[in-house]
Design a protein around this ligand. Structure first.
Ligand SMILES: Cc1cc2nc3c(=O)[nH]c(=O)nc-3n(C[C@H](O)[C@H](O)[C@H](O)COP(=O)(O)O)c2cc1C
Length: 210
């Protein structure tokens, strides 16, 4: 099993990074391969909207996203984390999400019918972590939803959304007991759903239609 953590803040020791790592902790088990990437380490251009991916489900832009695509396809679950930047996800996270458009498939005659290639591959799971400085949830804006909705459109079931408010300085998250607990619980939930999937798969392969 493979899990991919994606950090949308360039502060490697920042709050998003800490909380995504906390969410990954419960998944650190034998048989589970965990990878965490910091989007700031990669050169990810915005989507051209060229539709060059239409029939191939491969993006034509030759940049570091080509290195990330196999990680996405191979993972059973992803944890996306972003700080709130003006009520939104960071520009790194937005570029990353937009560039996943190549994994979206539409029917030829009706663009209101679509699915993510991940759905065809059997469905995937996700958790989302959103961090902001202000104390009111409205000041986080749409940060969490802007990760949740695209993930759902791409065929992920988002099992947990963690919103941690009132964090400003890099690293403050470690002192936020509730935020750390919520992040850990998100990871635990992801682990449970993956274990349930594997149990069901095994049961179904043995019993169904017999
Ligand atoms: C460009 C920029 C925009 C920001 N916009 C918001 C915002 O809209 N609402 C908010 O509460 N905090 C905002 N913040 C604060 C960050 O979300 C906060 O400091 C967060 O803890 C940073 O996470 P990090 O440590 O993972 O980088 C902004 C920070 C920056 C640098």
């Amino acid at each position: 099993m493979k899990i991919l953590g994606v950090v949308g803040s360039r502060r490697k020791k920042g709050n998003t990074s800490i909380l995504v790592q906390e969410a990954l902790k419960p998944l650190a088990r034998p048989g589970i391969e965990i990878k965490i990437i910091f989007l700031g380490d990669y050169n990810i251009n915005g989507c051209n909207g060229c539709e060059g991916c239409k029939d191939t489900y491969k993006c034509v832009i030759n940049d570091d996203m080509q290195e990330i695509y196999p990680m996405i396809l191979e993972s059973d679950a992803v944890i996306l984390g972003s700080p709130a930047y003006f009520y939104n996800v960071s520009s790194d996270m937005k570029a990353f999400i937009d560039r996943c458009y190549c994994f979206e498939a539409f029917t030829e005659d009706d663009r209101s019918v679509w699915m993510g290639v991940n759905e065809a591959l059997g469905g995937k799971y996700a958790a989302v972590v959103a961090v902001c400085e202000q104390q009111k949830e409205e000041d986080m804006g749409y940060t969490a939803e802007l990760m949740e909705k695209p993930l759902e459109a791409l065929g992920y079931r988002v099992v947990s959304t963690v919103k941690v408010l009132n964090l400003f300085a890099a690293g403050e998250a470690v002192k936020c007991d509730k935020g750390m607990k919520d992040a850990k619980q998100a990871g635990e939930k992801l682990l449970k759903i993956l274990q349930l999937r594997d149990k069901l798969k095994k049961q179904l392969s043995q019993n169904l239609f017999k």
